[in-house]
Design a protein around this ligand. Structure first.
Ligand SMILES: [Zn+2]
Length: 290
């Protein structure tokens, strides 16, 4: 079944053609996603153009589709929504601002099925958005960067919105090349990080930056929240800088640019969270001492 808060992320933040996994068990869940009806009344945060701020929106489905699918049996998938026997269809979905009741955003959504080994997964992606959506830069991140890096961060984000994969990737790679050591230095200061070990990795790196293993070795010294991906986010970021841009297709560059943006946001937001945890702990201790 749909989990509205889980879908919130999709409607609010996912860009065009970025696939969101609805289910990893086709047999069990196909009926849940068999028609557009299942995408109504989902709330999500979105930028309201009338009010100029983020508000709560709610989805509605085309009246026509409502009357067609509303009268069908709930245990059968409509033939029109199948291709080669699997779910594959598109539909229009409208988001209404709950605050001003004026602003609307139109999504054209595509439901698809994809095989992975024996399992089949169900995905939804936006294939059209009107008015065109903007990715909003994260404030925690812009506070972390200096003016130059922020300029690249904004340009990288704008290039994603405008569908320029290679352009966007070029900006994000510049950020990584400049900021990755800065990020590691900030991680070193977190209470849950192994600061002595990280310092010695930084010293080694300073002496021989070209053969540095710091991105690899830092993982075991990260605080737990930065290990929560199960993968090494620092190394993943570093790896994105190695491949030549010229040999890359626009699609692949776009995918990489999105991954970098998500990872950068993740790492910097986690650093901020760890910092504010210390702050509240310090305040608690101060309170005890008074
Ligand atoms: Zn509004």
């Amino acid at each position: 079944m749909l989990k509205p808060t889980y879908m919130n992320e999709f409607f609010s933040n996912y860009q065009l053609y970025q696939k969101f996994e609805l289910s990893n068990d086709y047999k069990k869940d196909a009926l849940d996603y068999a028609t557009s009806l299942h995408f109504k009344d989902i709330t999500f945060d979105y930028h309201c153009l009338e009010e100029g701020v983020t508000k709560t929106f709610v989805t509605k489905i085309d009246e026509n589709e409502m009357s067609i699918f509303g009268s069908l049996r709930g245990d059968i998938i409509p033939q029109n929504n199948l291709k080669n026997g699997m779910l594959d269809y598109a539909f229009k979905c409208i988001g209404y601002c709950q605050s001003c009741k004026k602003n609307q955003v139109y999504f054209l959504l595509h439901i698809s099925t994809f095989p992975t080994n024996e399992e089949r997964k169900i995905f939804v992606e936006k294939v059209g958005v009107s008015p065109q959506m903007k990715i909003l830069p994260k404030q925690e991140v812009t506070k972390f960067f200096d003016r130059e890096s922020n300029k690249w961060y904004y340009k990288g984000i704008n290039a994603i919105s405008d569908n320029y994969g290679i352009g966007s990737l070029a900006y994000f790679r510049r950020i990584i090349e400049k900021e990755l050591i800065h990020i590691i230095e900030e991680i070193k200061k977190l209470p849950d990080a192994h600061s002595l070990e990280i310092q010695s990795l930084l010293d080694e790196h300073k002496q021989q930056p070209t053969v540095s293993t710091i991105y690899e070795k830092i993982f075991q010294h990260l605080p737990n929240s930065l290990k929560s991906l199960g993968d090494n986010p620092i190394k993943l970021l570093y790896n994105q800088t190695s491949e030549g841009l010229h040999s890359m297709t626009e699609d692949k560059a776009m995918e990489k640019a999105r991954i970098i943006l998500q990872l950068l946001d993740f790492v910097i937001i986690k650093i901020n969270e760890e910092r504010s945890n210390i702050q509240s702990l310090k305040e608690a201790i101060k309170f005890l001492k008074e």
